[in-house]
Design a protein around this ligand. Structure first.
Ligand code: C5P
Length: 399
């Protein structure tokens, strides 16, 4: 059920006896790693209290459209944008009718109009109500609108009748919900990305570093998370906010980055992307105290740092390994050589001799090379380049 890890599920609960099962559904969605927020209709509040759902979900439950306090915390438009999936369980006959006809007369109906996320319903009602021609017509309209319908199941009902209209069990609903995300390029995959520079201490106040801003790695982390992956971002010292849904590990020295990377590879990951500008050398010794100015010359002895991406590519649990190469001349030739020498599956290379791409810039242009092929990604924002590169990686990774 990896497909639901970190997914944002907006659970809409409408009025019906099956509303009590929504409480279990919240727990089970959280068990598979989903983030859950709950919206309840007035009808739902007659069957189960918002307090129960708040306690289970760990977040305030939204019940009314015109509640200034709730709107100030997370307004209805923000909630609609937040969701990766709007899941209505149970969905009553009344709610199906309102959804089919585009009503916006309560919070949940409005959210359904305002969201760009997929919507799924798990109908629950008396078998006669389910069989009614109006409900069946509404069902057709909903399906035509692209709304997914999970169930209903059939069997004995709370009203004592037997037939179709029972809400599916929470685990069955979760199974269907997971399938909604199957279309995503990296759903269920664990992607590890290194980003930024490293800092190699000379003494307690001085260090060797480079101009890497970390922007490309952070953009890739965001794009990979958007593509459905679980993302671990191993970042050197940079001044950037962590993209949402990304696990960040902060490191400073190359050897710390090396250890953090080896740990994630050891634990198992699917794709490794090395964007970090790792310092090639570190001072052989770090002085315990600030080095004092005295002689005209001082000499630093440097020792080579481990090559992280090459070590990952050699690991017996080797993920699909992607390197970066920033060059100022003979860009493609150097990158080709690195692809072979470091045993990579793919290398993204850019010319950093100009000022409009590469280090610290918000834009980039890449030539992506793999054994037997290449693709040029022309100048665009790092966010757009990241999206295109993630697509290329997903395609090559599946080959
Ligand atoms: O050899 P060079 O530094 O040019 O190679 C660049 C690629 O290798 C980048 O993907 C960079 O993140 C990675 N690298 C590394 N560990 C190092 C040096 C570079 O992972 N010590």
């Amino acid at each position: 059920m990896h497909r639901l890890v970190n997914k944002r599920i907006l659970l809409g609960v409408t009025g019906g006896i099956a509303a009590y099962k929504a409480a279990d559904l919240v727990r089970r969605l959280q068990d598979v790693g989903a983030q859950v927020r709950v919206v309840m209709t007035q009808g739902a509040c007659e069957f189960i209290t918002p307090l129960t759902m708040q306690a289970l979900s760990g977040h305030p439950v939204h019940t009314t459209l015109l509640d200034p306090t709730a709107e100030a915390a997370m307004g209805h438009i923000e909630l609609a944008r937040w969701a990766d999936l709007v899941l209505i369980a149970p969905a009553s006959a009344n709610f199906m009718a309102r959804l089919a006809h585009g009503h916006g007369n309560d919070l949940l109906a409005t959210l359904c109009l305002a969201t760009g996320a997929p919507i799924a319903i798990a109908p629950a009602m008396n078998q006669q109500m389910w069989a009614d021609t109006s409900t069946q017509k509404n069902l057709l309209i909903l399906q035509e609108k692209g709304i997914k319908v999970f169930g209903p199941g059939s069997g004995s009902q709370a009203c004592g009748e037997v037939g179709s209209g029972r809400m599916l069990e929470p685990l069955e609903i979760i199974q269907h919900a997971a399938e909604v995300f199957d279309y995503q390029l990296l759903t269920g995959k664990h992607v590890v990305i290194t980003a930024g520079p490293t800092r190699e201490a000379i003494d307690p106040v001085r260090y060797i570093t480079n101009k890497s801003s970390g922007k490309m790695g952070f953009a890739l982390a965001e794009a990979a998370a958007e593509a459905g992956a679980r993302v671990t971002l191993i970042a050197g010292p940079v001044n950037l906010p962590t993209p949402s849904r990304v696990d960040r590990v902060d490191v400073s020295r190359a050897v710390d980055m090396f250890e953090a990377c080896m740990k994630t590879v050891e634990e198992g990951c699917d794709v490794f992307i090395a964007t970090a500008a790792v310092a090639d050398y570190r001072p052989t010794v770090t002085a315990d105290h600030k080095i004092k100015k005295s002689t005209e010359e001082i000499h630093l002895t440097l020792v080579k740092n481990p090559d992280i991406v090459a070590s990952v590519a050699e690991h017996n649990k080797r993920p699909f390994t992607v390197g970066f190469a920033a060059e100022t001349r003979d860009v493609v030739a150097y990158a080709q050589a690195k692809l072979v020498n470091k045993k990579l599956d793919m290398i993204a290379t850019n010319d950093v001799s100009g000022s409009n791409v590469g280090f610290n810039s918000d834009n980039n242009a890449l030539t992506v090379i793999w054994p037997g092929g290449h693709k040029v990604l022309p100048l665009a924002s790092k966010a757009q380049i990241a999206k295109q590169l993630i697509e290329l990686i997903a395609i090559r990774y599946k080959d």
